[in-house]
Write a new protein. Structure first.
Lengths: 306, 278
């Protein structure tokens, strides 16, 4: 995802001189290094200084540029939180803040580097738009949208590197603010976003092995949420499942339950989120997800699929 | 070297004194329509703000400003509001509706109100945005200058020092910051307890800025400090000021940070600010 973001940003940035990127001491890999060498004045490294990263982005947006602020998710949103809220969201500036390694991607670095409640926090700020693509292809589409939009600030939550493409079967293109069916199905519908969408496919495969067809839907835009699209799913399917890499409070799961209640849905609804706790363990990304109760076996067990 | 703004064109000291008296009286008038407002923080920076608007900022032939003013100490915005009213950028009705339903002016400035370039109020944000604005103007190849007025308390915010470092790293010659050094936090004098706050000018210089210190109620000195700069880097002008300047009972009395005078206090203040006052 990181490389796809960089490739796309480079392509758009070549043509649009308003695009600039402000990073806080994160090494520019792939095309980002190329952008830096081709357009050195539009690549600004603030060093280990996240507050000024956001301040510069705000000031440049006020003078007509389209800045992206880019670093590890915790440092793009948490450390400079009041700058994000006041400078970007209160003033409703078209700045994209890119969080690399959303969720517990940085699985060996401890909770200081886990952006496990980033989506909840970002969604709670007025004017903020929140996008979490599920794969490199959605990352490209989302990056293009971010670079050209005029509506306000965006939190673009990405994984890290090496994510598989999950959206190749999708029949519809990525559209901001609209859920997107990645795999058709009619018995069960699994809503997900971000790289953990691969887990939704694994669970869908288990349903298929049991002779039940499960749809997989990318809720890539968490804010504004496609309420009517989700309500439609809650009424079309007998069983809806949410799998996400986010703390429970303020999660998509919470929103889907709210929509189910408001729309008097009668489907079965199961949700799987990160736990509301800091885990003190280290290992692979999958190890961390398992520690949070998101191992495939555990999800399947709770769904009665074992 | 930067080209110098014209002193003759910009600054008539007698006229500036009269304007600042008038601005202070206007703020006192508005104080009688609301329960509380930031008078003393506006009075301490009246001359600085007047010098920026009436001498330093350059205008296009149609009267619009080529340069940008950022009120980073958002709680000082009353002085900006009355100047914008004087410049006919805000209307008298805007001022009459200050902090009232249906109005558009609050106790802190709000982005996209005419004449207001950023929403400030939380301290330590303005200089960061000003750094971004100044850099953007350099990228565009424009000669627009960004004038940023800050409180001394803002220099206690870590974010300000991040902005100072980046302003120097990016060699933002078109960024000029003013510190309204009235020596008062809400609680107490900075000079009494915050000894590591000093020295000011050498500290700014050590961080890669050009810096000067002047009497912040002497407009000629303020403008001269900007004219005398060597250039090539951002400039900080430390302006020694008196909080509540111009009204004896408000000067250096912390409670006037956010309080409106009663009728008797109002009358006394207006008398002190009549012709022949400061």
């Amino acid at each position: 995802m990181r490389n796809q973001f960089a490739d796309t940003f480079y392509q758009i940035g070549r043509a649009d001189p308003r695009l600039c990127i402000i990073v806080a001491d994160i090494s520019p890999a792939g095309s980002m290094a190329k952008f830096r060498s081709d357009f050195p004045r539009r690549f600004i490294n603030t060093g280990v200084s996240e507050q000024i990263m956001i301040g510069i982005a705000a000031g440049m947006a006020q003078r007509g540029f389209r800045p992206f602020a880019y670093t590890i998710a915790t440092f793009t949103l948490y450390r400079p939180f009041e700058m994000v809220r006041d400078d970007l969201c209160y003033q409703n500036l078209p700045v994209t803040i890119v969080g690399i390694g959303g969720g517990v991607t940085y699985s060996t670095l401890g909770a200081t580097h886990h952006a496990q409640e980033d989506v909840s926090i970002a969604c709670s700020i007025p004017n903020m738009n929140v996008i979490a693509p599920c794969d490199p292809a959605e990352t490209e589409a989302a990056t293009r949208w971010c670079a050209q939009q005029e509506i306000g600030p965006v939190y673009l939550r990405l994984g890290k590197a090496g994510e598989p493409n999950l959206s190749s079967e999708a029949k519809t293109p990525w559209t901001f603010g609209k859920i997107r069916t990645l795999r058709e199905g009619h018995d069960v519908c699994i809503l997900s976003y971000g790289p953990i969408t691969k887990r939704a496919f694994e669970v869908a495969d288990r349903f298929r092995a049991r002779g039940r067809s499960a749809a997989v839907v990318s809720v890539h835009t968490l804010k504004p949420l496609d309420k009517s699209g989700i309500i439609d799913i809650l009424h079309r399917f007998a069983h809806v499942i949410v799998i996400e890499e986010c703390a429970p409070n303020g999660s998509l799961s919470m929103r889907v339950k709210e929509l189910a209640w408001e729309s008097r849905a009668v489907c079965r609804l199961d949700v799987f989120t990160l736990r509301d706790q800091f885990v003190h363990c280290y290992g692979s990304h999958d190890d961390l997800l398992a520690e949070h109760g998101l191992a495939p076996e555990r999800i399947c067990e709770q769904l009665g699929l074992n | 070297m930067l080209t110098s703004p014209s002193l003759v064109n910009g600054l008539d000291i007698d006229a500036a004194r009269k304007r600042c008296r008038r601005y202070r009286r206007r703020i006192l008038d508005i104080s009688q329509q609301v329960t509380a407002l930031h008078i003393a923080p506006a009075f301490s920076c009246a001359e600085i703000t007047d010098a920026i608007y009436n001498s330093l900022m350059r205008q296009h032939t149609d009267g619009s400003y080529r340069d940008v003013f950022m009120m980073s100490k958002g709680h000082g915005c009353m002085i900006q509001y009355v100047i914008l009213e004087d410049k006919k950028i805000l209307t008298s009705k805007d001022l009459d509706l200050y902090c009232k339903p249906g109005g558009r002016l609050g106790a802190h400035p709000d982005y996209e109100t005419p004449g207001i370039v950023a929403s400030t109020g939380s301290l330590g944000h303005g200089l960061g945005m000003a750094v971004g604005q100044a850099y953007a103007e350099q990228l565009k190849g424009s000669d627009t200058r960004i004038y940023c007025l800050m409180s001394d308390g803002e220099f206690q915010e870590g974010s300000t020092w991040e902005a100072i470092l980046m302003g120097a790293n990016l060699r933002l010659e078109n960024l000029i910051a003013f510190m309204d050094y009235n020596d008062f936090n809400s609680l107490e004098r900075i000079s009494e307890k915050q000894t590591a706050f000093y020295p000011l000018v050498p500290k700014a210089e050590a961080f890669g800025w050009e810096a000067a210190e002047v009497d912040g109620h002497d407009e000629e000195a303020i403008v001269q400090a900007v004219l005398d700069r060597r250039g090539g880097r951002p400039l900080l002008v430390v302006c020694r000021t008196t909080k509540g300047k111009g009204v004896s009972y408000m000067e250096n009395v912390p409670i006037w940070h956010y309080r409106a005078p009663n009728k008797d206090e109002y009358r006394q203040a207006i008398n002190e600010l009549s012709e022949g006052g400061i």
